[in-house]
Design a protein around this ligand. Structure first.
Ligand code: PHE
Length: 456
């Protein structure tokens, strides 16, 4: 029970930033961002994404930090305290459910990354395109489905082991090593990829906008991407903010985390597109991009030795990125259950882990047994949709309403200024409250309505 004597706050400012950035930076940046950018035209999508990341993202992140640090407890209590009404506790219940459900399907993709890391080390990831394709089909088909289930469970258990160590010894220490390592690895891969012959076409795709291709759909995709990527609306940020120190500057933290998130996403783009263009792979290959196309890119674009080492680096990086995010998803349930059930983090964490292992296994099985799922989709897709289309928008919308309209201005200001430590100019404050009260809820409302009614 050594871990339970850990105090529940981050020991250092940099630790707080890196742990929260670790939650934001994940498969969303390295897998989803290049996929969506590839499908939405490139540079123009990135510019719109940047806009949403800064206006919607930073503002919503600050609202979650305000509720979290003001609550200084798990999301359930934090929402009740902020709203001064027990019914706000529903947000805490949604939060624990949302975090655990995301962890369940996310751990399946994270498990694939572990498997691909193993394949990369044993040389199994390089080869003809047919070989690469059959490896991936086997993994989600009947043949190797038990591997798929086992690695998802394995990933949840690794997450569990880190989380039960406590806030400082587990979460903060892991993030302090992993996030800088991840950025360094991405820079190394980005440099290697952009020095390939023909790589300039990939860079042009990423940095030369063509606004004639922008549609409403581009805006919608960019908004959702910013949402998922910054872990908004899941109470991950509320939970982590409860570990911030009293002198943490919430506005600065939100800005720094959003910058790290954007930089990692763009670095992932610089790693993937130049290499893809240099071997003639289409940028809109879709979600299979990193599991089908990237091994092919590594085989064709580099010498066998360079391809071997770079593929190991790449999948190692994905595992790291996924892990810093799954830790934050697991922590929501662990902190909530341990405080509400007055039990140790180990017992609370075990309950979360058992739930996520069962759901994760069912998600993995649903690829080869499509009857596991509802409305004609797999359970994997069901959980992905219900969390990103319903839970996340509701969480972010409710938090904006809470901070903008329900909490007293005095309480909000106390958090914004960290008890008068940091000054805010009048125009900046006005802009902040305008964004929180009107702009963000309306934008989120649009995302919600478009997602529910206009996409399948
Ligand atoms: N932001 C993470 C990513 O980009 C995903 C995530 C979503 C993490 C919700 C926590 C909560 O991969």
């Amino acid at each position: 029970m050594k871990a339970d004597i850990n105090k529940n706050f981050f020991a250092t400012q940099i630790g707080s930033i890196l742990a929260t950035a670790g939650s934001a930076v994940g498969l969303g940046n390295i897998w989803r961002f290049p996929t969506v950018t590839g499908q939405n035209g490139g540079a123009e999508f990135i510019l719109i994404y940047l806009f949403f990341n800064v206006f919607l993202g930073v503002t919503c992140m600050m609202t979650e930090f305000i509720v979290g640090r003001n609550g200084a407890s798990n999301p359930l209590r934090a929402y009740i305290k902020a709203g001064n009404n027990k019914s706000w506790g529903i947000m805490g219940i949604l939060a624990i459910l949302c975090g655990s459900l995301i962890l369940s399907f996310y751990s399946v993709v994270a498990g694939w990354c572990v498997y691909y890391l193993y394949l990369a080390i044993t040389g199994g990831v390089l080869g003809s395109f047919d070989h690469i394709q059959s490896t991936f089909s086997a993994l989600i088909g009947e043949k190797d489905i038990y591997i798929c289930c086992a690695i998802s469970v394995f990933f949840v258990i690794i997450t569990h082991v880190i989380v039960v160590q406590g806030v400082q010894k587990g979460i903060e220490r892991a993030a302090k090593y992993m996030v800088p390592m991840l950025i360094l690895l991405l820079i190394a891969l980005g440099v290697a990829s952009s020095s390939l012959p023909g790589a300039w076409r990939g860079l042009e795709f990423l940095f030369k906008p063509d606004f004639s291709k922008v549609t409403m759909h581009t805006f919608y995709e960019a908004m959702s991407m910013a949402f998922f990527s910054l872990s908004l609306g899941t109470a991950c940020l509320v939970t982590y903010a409860s570990y911030f120190r009293k002198d943490a500057n919430i506005g600065k933290f939100a800005l720094q985390i959003s910058i790290i998130d954007v930089v990692v996403a763009i670095l992932a783009g610089i790693t993937i597109f130049p290499a893809a263009f240099s071997v003639g792979v289409e940028p809109d290959a879709g979600p299979s991009l990193i599991f089908l196309t990237i091994p092919n890119v590594f085989t064709q674009a580099f010498s066998p030795t360079a391809g071997y080492y770079l593929s190991i680096l790449f999948y190692f990086l994905l595992v790291l990125a996924a892990l810093t995010s799954t830790i934050s998803m697991h922590e929501i349930g662990t902190s909530l259950l341990s405080q509400e059930m007055k039990t140790s983090r180990t017992v609370a964490g075990t309950l979360v882990t058992i739930f996520c292992c069962i759901m994760g296994t069912l998600c993995a099985l649903s690829f080869s047994h499509p009857n596991i799922g509802v409305m004609g989709s797999t359970l994997f897709d069901n959980l992905d949709s219900v969390t990103s289309k319903v839970f996340m928008p509701i969480g972010a919308f409710a938090t904006c309403m809470l901070v903008g309209w329900v909490m007293s201005r005095k309480t909000v200001m106390r958090q914004l200024t960290s008890n008068n430590r940091y000054a805010w100019s009048r125009p900046t404050l006005r802009t902040f409250f305008f964004l929180v009260k009107f702009v963000c809820p309306i934008l989120i409302g649009i995302i919600f309505v478009v997602n529910i009614f206009f996409t399948n």
